[in-house]
Design a protein. Structure first.
Lengths: 117, 747
């Protein structure tokens, strides 16, 4: 009988949690994105401004330019956006000098490297 | 079993906990899509639980105890919206532009000057409007506006003031980033020391304004907002040369600093190099002074005052200026104080600093501390009069902002104003027997307390500001300054505004009445001057319209009346050889009406026209005496056209001035008399701009018709005689002026 009660309770909590999570499917995620083809210190603020205007993006920080790259840390709400969309926004950001070009590229980590990790 | 129940409860509890807040992001629609709205407000409907969007547009609201899950989102210039949240924990809110305020809120480069949606009627002159003219310094930035009239106060040094409602520039308050930096000695030449290249927006308000900035601003307020380091061009260059040979060079550099790029800095360098010597009207005097100026300005910004936590803005500025004018052969190195060659030489150095720091405790509470100060050291010669002066100024303002219910807010605090002005006057030669040599000290020490409440009713259709301040003058005691401003949106296209209030100010005699130093009259001090005080009220109506997407426009009319209970005028009439200094406690009025229309066709062609009626007078022995240099009627028109690709832009503006009453010279010998009134005249200015990528070339002509006042200087042939007079200048004195410039910017 005790086992039955335990099973019912677990099922009840699981169903309730599922229901609750259906109401609150949103969670805050963090994406670390390496952006390349940067040439000056104003490129990062330009990308940041573009990301700021995206739905779901909560906070953006970036490292100093190192060579031609910088690492962006973007926290976002997964109910409103995802990492792929964020990367697309970065790659479609007009250059801070030449507005007609979209110079910034996201550097993907190779699958081998990912496997190693 | 117990473990299982505990785990289940913990899981349940944590799920419930995570649902105690909702997060979201606030956007507003723009011409190109949408943009975040930092500072926008959201609140649970029917409650006072509110949050302000941070610098990323993100807001967070506690939903504890909330049963009606709807939020109301508001931001000035956008339509207030109600959003059903339901069970969501994250929401994006997009507000649409308010049609009523479509033409009055968003500041973008695609639009020129506009009327702001502020409670006080405020004209905003933005970067695009400033680019329609050379705008070398602040006095040259009002060519396409009707509310502010630049007026020359000394034709030899080209000192200028900005008049509002026909009243001397001393009655309006010129602020730099909201702080009073132009006072006393900095008033005489101060407005020329701000190059247009450091200015982002100029806000012009007529009548009495908020009490937060002090007890002055009787006729209006001009607030220069300098470029924000985080939004300014990374590199900006502007070079200018005119047909007299005067050259201006401006360089701005902006960058983000610190590990997290939270600090932003703007460094601006400005120099003016002197023109060649020109005497177009052959009166023996230079048409424009030889001006050398160096200015360095550094502004720092950290954080966002709308977001929780600390934010600050710091400004440092240093001005070094030298002006030389007078007879063609005057050499400032050898002829200072000469009794044979007349000249004026002004040289000063002026370091300034200011800081505005805000600590936002919550969405509803913030504490702000504003500090500013400057030092001015001047060495001048006006003919045989030697004038050396120093001034120390300090200003402290501590205020608490509290949003006490929905959007109703209260600002209150304490302020302190300090000034120590020391002037030394001596004469190298004194053929007319002047008696006012000596040292003069003008001190000001005024602690004060103030409070101002802003009510927002009916979705901002009615906004009422009521404020008052109490200040303690070190000699004249307490001054109570009440002010109120009302905005009523009658219909989405019609806005009515009203304002009323009082103001007062202390006279800084020689720096504000330059003629006393440059003229031949003796100065007689009959009594100690009391602070000037006045009451001002005004009404305005603004109508905005749009005819499809092709034509839009604004029609507006305003009327302001100023009544002085004590106003200072040097008495020039009792004795033609003397200026008698005494209080004038009789009736003194200024009534000003302005009607203005502006239209934009196809986003390419802009047209603005305005008419001003001014009746500025005082009553002496029951006789109405019109104040000099105020045309009863004045009109202006400005037209601007740019090609679709924005590569070419053509601008023209014309100003017409009715006759003006001039200072009385009837007691002088016939050859030194001037008519009682000037003649009506008009001026036309044109400019053509060509843009190619980051480069902008502009060239133009001011005073195209080459109109100039004949013989502006009385007794120019005998500058050391007792009838020499510089105070009758009412029109252009330098004739036609061509100019060419180049702007280069990297954003």
């Amino acid at each position: 009988m005790q086992k039955v009660i335990q099973i019912i309770l677990v099922i009840f909590v699981a169903v309730f949690s599922l229901q609750a999570s259906a109401q609150t499917t949103d969670s805050l995620k963090t994406a670390t994105i390496k952006v390349v083809n940067l040439h000056c210190t104003n490129d990062m603020p330009t990308i940041k401004k573009q990301l700021q205007n995206q739905e779901g993006v909560e906070e953006i920080s970036f490292t100093d330019i190192d060579g031609d790259q910088s690492i962006f840390t973007v926290s976002y709400h997964n109910s409103a956006t995802n990492q792929q969309q964020i990367e697309q926004v970065i790659e479609s950001t007009p250059g801070c000098d030449d507005k007609s070009s979209t110079p910034y590229k996201v550097k993907k980590e190779s699958s081998r490297k990912k496997k190693k990790q | 079993m117990i473990k299982t129940i505990a785990c289940a409860l913990l899981l349940l509890f944590s799920t419930t906990l995570s649902a105690q807040t909702i997060k979201g992001k606030l956007f507003g629609t723009t011409d190109n899509g949408k943009e975040i709205l930092p500072g926008g407000t959201v609140l649970w409907i029917g409650t006072t639980i509110a949050a302000t969007a941070n610098e990323n547009g993100v807001f967070e609201l506690s939903s504890e105890g909330i049963t009606d899950k709807r939020i109301v989102a508001t931001e000035q210039g956008f339509k207030t919206d109600t959003i059903i949240i339901g069970d969501k924990t994250y929401v994006s809110v997009i507000l649409r532009k308010s049609e009523n305020e479509l033409k009055s809120v968003t500041v973008t480069d695609s639009r020129a000057a506009y009327l702001s949606s502020n409670t006080i009627k405020t004209e905003v002159i933005n970067q695009r409007e400033l680019s329609k003219a050379a705008c070398c310094d602040l006095a040259g930035c009002f060519g396409t506006q009707a509310s502010v009239q630049p007026q020359t106060t000394n034709v030899v040094t080209n000192a200028q003031e900005l008049r509002i409602l026909g009243l001397s520039g001393v009655y309006n308050q010129v602020l730099f980033d909201g702080l009073p930096m132009i006072q006393g000695l900095t008033y005489t030449y101060g407005i020329s020391t701000y190059p247009g290249t450091v200015v982002d927006n100029i806000y012009v308000s007529k009548g009495t304004t908020s009490v937060l900035q002090g007890y002055e601003s009787i006729s209006g307020q001009i607030n220069l907002e300098s470029k924000q380091p985080d939004k300014a061009e990374r590199i900006y260059l502007n070079g200018y040369v005119n047909s007299f040979g005067e050259m201006h060079l401006n360089v701005n550099v902006a960058s983000a600093l610190g590990k997290k790029k939270k600090w932003h800095s703007l460094l601006a360098l400005h120099t003016v190099q002197p023109a060649g010597k020109t005497d177009g009207n052959k009166d023996g005097f230079l048409d424009l002074p030889q001006l050398t100026r160096y200015m360095i300005y550094n502004k720092w910004r950290y954080g966002n005052d709308k977001a929780k936590g600390l934010s600050t803005q710091i400004g440092l500025r240093l001005v070094n200026e030298k002006r030389t004018g007078g007879q063609m052969n005057f050499n400032p190195e050898t002829d200072k104080g000469s009794t044979t060659v007349y000249g004026q030489s002004v040289q000063y150095i002026q370091p300034e600093a200011y800081a505005k720091t805000t600590y936002r405790l919550s969405d509803k509470n913030a504490i702000m501390l504003a500090l500013s100060g400057f030092y001015h050291d001047q060495q001048s010669w006006f003919g045989t009069t030697n004038y050396t002066a120093t001034q120390y100024n300090a200003y402290i303002n501590l205020q608490h902002e509290w949003q006490w219910y929905r959007r109703h807010s209260l600002k209150y605090g304490l302020s302190y104003r300090y000034q120590n002005l020391t002037e030394n006057i001596s004469f190298s030669g004194n053929p007319t027997g002047k008696t006012f040599a000596g040292m003069y000290t003008t001190k000001l020490s005024v602690p004060g307390a103030f409070a101002e409440n802003t009510f927002h009713w009916r979705d901002d259709k009615i906004v009422l500001i009521t404020g008052a301040r109490l200040d303690q003058h070190q000699v004249w005691g307490k001054y109570f300054t009440p002010r109120t401003m009302l905005k009523y949106v009658l219909h989405r296209n019609h806005t009515l505004r009203a304002s009323a209030g009082s103001g007062w100010r202390q006279v800084n005699l020689f720096s504000e009445q330059n003629n006393l130093l440059t003229g031949s009259r003796d100065v007689i001090f009959a009594e100690t001057l009391k602070p000037e005080s006045a009451v001002n009220w005004g009404l305005s109506h603004t109508y905005t319209f749009e005819a499809g997407k092709k034509v839009s426009g604004t029609l507006s009319a305003d009327f302001y009346s100023t009544h002085f209970s004590n106003q200072f005028f040097p008495d020039y009439d009792t004795d033609p050889t003397k200026a008698i200094i005494k209080n004038f406690e009789g009736i003194s009025w200024s009534n000003g009406l302005q009607v203005e229309a502006s239209f934009i066709f196809f986003k390419q062609l802009e047209f603005r026209t305005a008419y001003n009626y001014l009746d500025v007078y005082r009553r002496e022995n029951k006789v109405k005496v019109t104040l000099p240099f105020n045309p009863r009627n004045r009109a202006m028109a400005a037209i601007s056209y740019r090609t679709k690709n924005n590569q070419w832009q053509a601008d023209a503006n014309a100003h017409w001035f009715d006759k003006m009453r001039l200072p009385n010279t009837q007691n002088s010998p016939v050859e030194y008399r001037r008519p009682s009134y000037s003649v009506p005249y008009a001026t036309l200015n044109v400019q053509l701009t060509y843009r190619i990528k980051k480069l902008e070339l502009y060239g133009g002509c001011e005073n195209v018709a080459n109109y100039r006042q004949a013989k502006p200087i009385i007794s120019a042939e005998n500058p050391f005689g007792k009838y020499f007079d510089l105070s009758s200048v009412w029109g252009p004195t330098r004739g036609r002026e061509f100019y060419f410039g180049v702007r280069y910017s990297v954003k």
